[in-house]
Design a protein around this ligand. Sequence first.
Ligand SMILES: Nc1ncnc2c1ncn2[C@@H]1O[C@H](COP(=O)(O)OP(=O)(O)OP(=O)(O)O)[C@@H](O)[C@H]1O
Ligand SMILES: [Mg+2]
Length: 214
Amino acid sequence: MLELRQIRHRYRHQSLLDDVSLSVTPGQTVALLGASGSGKSTLLRIAAGLETPDAGQVHWDGADITRLPPERRHFALMFQDFALFPHLDLRDNVAFGLVEQGIRRAEARAQAEALLSRFGLGGRARERTTHLSGGEQQRVALARALITRPRALLLDEPFSALDAELRTQLQREFSTRIREAGMAAVLVTHDEAEARAMAERGWRLEGGRLRALW
Ligand SMILES: Nc1ncnc2c1ncn2[C@@H]1O[C@H](COP(=O)(O)OP(=O)(O)OP(=O)(O)O)[C@@H](O)[C@H]1O
Ligand SMILES: [Mg+2]
């Protein structure tokens, strides 16, 4: 279980997060809503280990991992701006995490191609990501986040650049994988309907605190 315990964080003398606690069980998705600038991405970065909170802890299965480096958490963070590798093709972008884990490149590439096919990009595996539209880049980023079967999945507005049909399709794909793989998932979105469709619980981040919505 992923737990954020009494997280406090300031940015340039401004309190951004003020006593935020949240827990997510394996296979569960929770949603975070909130105005732009309210600190949603910051909270995900703290959960992922890319930032250290001023106070409070991040726990996994009861162990304090607040100071554990990101690569040792086995979490996947899908960034709001995708952060794909421009010098690699789609296949190697998606295969990256598997290769890092020591899986042979040929096997990693085969798995990446299979996942890209499920995301409607099978025919484009050898192209550079710089040639893709925003929605296509988003699908590559989603595949890259899912392929290593992380124990926690932190999604920062993952479906925002997609058209309605693809959005619904990928929401379903994600919900199924989250449940099947038993991942603890945190979904940041501005779309309350999407949040309600995917998440068992939802909170709004407001004034540095979480307010339960459902
Ligand atoms: N490195 C940083 N660490 C923490 N906060 C930052 C950093 N850089 C900028 N900020 C500020 O912290 C505030 C919260 O930013 P954050 O990205 O967490 O908001 P957000 O809720 O994700 O917003 P959005 O919905 O627009 O993505 C903003 O005012 C932002 O300018
Ligand atoms: Mg954000």
